[in-house]
Design a protein around this ligand. Structure first.
Ligand code: GUN
Length: 294
């Protein structure tokens, strides 16, 4: 079987264009420019790169954005004060504190301090709770991107058996909760498999839709999948490769070649879920700005 390649980059580009147009309308009709604030604590190179990409994406769709850089030894209280200041700032509709934070700062205290109406990451317990009970809320960006990828590639999860591999708060738990709702774009039967399973292939082999979010390079191979499965690979793992110009390359959690031989459709990594995460952050910020006028 030759699998359909789900092009996340292309789908994300078309969403970004839709957001750009909606932003122009919001500005013309209501005089509102969506504003997104980033707080970056410390010098983590991956975090710096992510915040840089997100800031550039804001610029491209016409958002106002500001990045607050704080040193790695910033006291917790100083960070909380910054969060509170952005909560009160009328130019700011969305606030994102880039994770991970330095070890001396309690992540949950910082997330709890964000105004849930500005929590475009969807990490605040109020938004997590609303997601679980199926109320309108900010959906975390990577899971929201996965749902959008499935729908826009013609792979509606309704009535399908979705197997999520991984139980993180950022991907595994929220995507499972999103897809099991009795709602459009969901209504799946969902299984969550994780490192506690003795043999993960018992679960992966039963998936109509397999979502891999485990953070282990190429851990899921074609032999662990059912013929005709739709594969969403959330993984992005840096592996050494002496043949590559930089000495490394990125691979997903799924072994792409062997999975392609059995799958009906598959996302590449890079170029699948990754670009969707930023598109969903922009969408959440636009929704926050639209909601700010009531
Ligand atoms: N670090 C890695 N992914 C994310 C994300 O989606 N949001 C934030 N705030 N930090 C992250």
């Amino acid at each position: 079987m030759s699998a359909q390649i789900i092009d996340g980059k292309k789908i994300a580009e078309s969403i970004r264009l839709e957001i750009k147009e909606a932003t122009q309308r919001l500005r013309a009709e209501k005089g509102i420019v969506p504003g997104l604030a980033f707080i970056l604590v410390g010098e983590n190179p991956a975090s710096q790169a992510y915040v840089g990409m997100k800031g550039k994406a804001c610029e491209e769709v016409g958002f106002y954005s500001i990045t607050e850089r704080m040193p790695a030894d910033t006291p917790e209280e100083a960070l909380l004060q910054k969060v509170r200041a952005f909560n009160e700032d009328p130019r700011i509709h969305g606030l994102l504190v880039q994770l991970p934070l330095p070890a001396h700062i309690a992540e949950h205290k910082v997330i709890d301090a964000i105004d849930p109406r500005k929590d475009v990451d969807g990490f605040h317990p109020i938004n997590v709770g609303k997601l679980v009970i199926g109320e309108k809320c900010f959906k975390p960006c990577t899971p929201a991107g996965i749902q959008e990828l499935l729908m826009r590639s013609g792979n509606d999860p309704s009535g399908k058996h979705v197997v999520v591999v991984g139980r993180s708060n950022i991907v595994g738990k929220p995507i499972a909760n999103i897809l099991l709702q009795k709602q459009k774009g969901a209504n799946a039967v969902v299984t969550i498999a994780h490192t506690g399973a003795r043999d993960i292939s018992v679960f992966t082999k039963r998936a109509d839709i397999l979502i891999a979010a485990i953070g282990k390079p190429e851990a899921i191979t074609g032999a662990m999948l059912k013929e005709g499965v739709v594969v969403i690979d959330v993984g992005s793992n840096r592996v050494d490769d002496p043949a590559a110009r930089k000495g490394y390359r990125f691979v997903g959690d799924v072994h792409f070649e062997s999975a392609c031989a059995v799958a009906a459709a598959i996302t590449p990594s890079p170029g699948g879920v990754g670009p969707m995460t930023i598109a969903m952050l922009l969408r959440n910020t636009l929704l926050a700005a639209q909601d700010s006028v009531g």
